[in-house]
Design a protein around this ligand. Structure first.
Ligand code: HEC
Ligand code: HEC
Length: 326
């Protein structure tokens, strides 16, 4: 009889310890720890929210984590508690069969994600990520919209843009010049041939004669990517050059007016995307090794989005901006 009481005391003691641990490690923090939302915390739009549900439903978090700790070097910027205030249920994950996705937003264009989800091997040879080609267009669109939000505010803007200082400066320049006028573009062509063509090439393809000797090749302005540059960004890049390359800081040599002529000329060079072989560029990922139909869907959805005036680098391909380039 006496030994039974002993067992009872032991059992109560063990239960007490168990619940104390649960209380201290789970219940107490859950009720008392309410961090303020950080700058990175993202309030999802309805499409992004649906995309998040697709991410959960498809089990992306089985293989991908969404946290970067002190010891996770080279995974990008560390996360803070306040980043997660809209993250219920959380999608932190535990396994890193695939890379951490905390900073995936803005790393790739939408078209890359479409190609990668449809057939990971098409863009990452040797990838063991499964294909999600069975997702509907709606699911795919929303999922990509969601991915593009993750860490978006933590990392740099999605596409490089001119700092405010240069925007203000360009604003002053643009008041005196019309960078959309073809007469300005023609004048810019002249300045370009004298100062830039030896590196960037007569047609702007980055293959000027001097480029042969250069390790970091001059930019190819005919890439569709450059259609995403706005006027101030062109102006800023010409004015300040590209540190670490042989691209000079033209503000030291040319006048503001000359640089405005150059902006007018350069913005006529980017080509709309094409699926020709040998002409693959950032925006042509959708053309890689996937059903033709999928491609078509991607560009149709892009076109619809931009019909509604949403701002994105791909806007450059809408009819409206194409007109402005001519
Ligand atoms: C079986 C494990 C697995 C699952 C499930 C999985 N992935 Fe992956 N994922 C990987 C691996 C491995 C890589 C690295 C190779 C590559 O990029 O394809 C990867 C890479 C990625 C990348 C590129 C990361 C980078 O920084 O380059 C993205 C984005 C991604 N996955 C998204 C998803 C999404 C969205 C889902 C759910 C629809 C998903 N993954 C499901 C294993 C997985
Ligand atoms: C000595 C060779 C050289 C000359 C001359 C030169 N560039 Fe460049 N340019 C480069 C290199 C190299 C880059 C860097 C490409 C990169 O970062 O990938 C570059 C980059 C640029 C960029 C930025 C592209 C980007 O990706 O943002 C612009 C804009 C540009 N050049 C315009 C001009 C203009 C306009 C002129 C003439 C006034 C000119 N360049 C003359 C070599 C040159």
């Amino acid at each position: 009889m006496k030994s039974n009481v002993n067992y009872l005391v032991a059992a109560v003691f063990v239960a007490l310890i168990f619940f104390t641990i649960i209380y201290v490690t789970a219940i107490l923090p859950a009720t008392t720890f309410t961090p303020n939302k950080s700058d990175v915390a993202w309030e999802y739009s309805s499409s992004e929210k649906r995309g998040r549900d697709v991410y959960r439903r498809e089990g992306c978090f089985y293989c991908h984590t969404q946290f970067v700790r002190y010891q996770d070097r080279e995974m990008g910027e560390m996360v803070k508690a306040g980043d997660y205030v809209f993250e219920t249920p959380h999608l932190l994950g535990t396994e890193r069969t695939g890379p951490d996705l905390s900073n995936i937003g803005g790393k790739y264009p939408d078209a890359w994600h479409w190609a990668h989800h449809t057939n990971p091997r098409a863009v990452k040879p040797g990838s063991i990520m499964p294909s999600f080609s069975y997702l509907s267009n709606q699911d795919m669109t929303d999922l990509v919209a969601y991915l593009q939000t993750i860490g978006q505010k933590r990392v740099q803007p999605r596409w490089i843009v001119a700092p405010q200082e240069f925007r203000d400066k360009f604003h002053g320049v643009a008041e005196k010049t019309d960078v959309n006028a073809s007469s300005f573009a023609n004048a810019g062509r002249g300045i370009y041939m004298q100062n830039c063509a030896q590196c960037h090439g007569v047609t702007g393809k980055g293959n000027g004669s001097v480029s042969m000797t250069m390790q970091k090749k001059p930019a190819n302005f005919t890439r569709p990517f450059y259609a995403g540059y706005d006027d101030a960004t062109w102006y800023w890049r010409i004015s300040e050059g590209v540190p670490g390359t042989r691209m000079p800081r033209w503000a030291k040599t040319l006048s503001d007016e000359d640089m405005a002529y150059l902006v007018a000329f350069l913005k006529t060079l980017p080509k709309p995307p094409s699926a020709k072989a040998g002409d693959i560029s950032v925006t042509d990922y959708a053309a890689l090794d996937q059903p033709e139909e999928m491609n078509q869907n991607f560009w149709e959805i892009e076109a619809q989005k931009h019909g509604s005036g949403e701002s994105d680098p791909f806007t450059a391909y809408s009819e409206e901006t194409k007109g402005a380039h001519e």
